[in-house]
Design a protein. Sequence first.
Length: 91
Amino acid sequence: MGPAPRGGYAETVNSTGNQMNQEYGASFRILVDTQDWDKTLGINNPGQSGDPASPHYRDLFPIWAKDDYFPVYFSSEKVQSVTEERTVLEP
């Protein structure tokens, strides 16, 4: 992943620090529409998985680097429409 150019300084929204070795900054961002929860947008860097072998390990990094977002769904219908995998845990 990276490096990704990031502009600004300490007071800039979504700033990151230390030039090419970004040691701090917003890794998670969310925009919530409380009138329509399914219009919520979010981003989590670098991805949704902690497994380097997963396709979702670093897939969000380019989106994050461009200050872009993906939809975050709340309704069952919307969640099921984008579900890739389901895990059921039973005792």
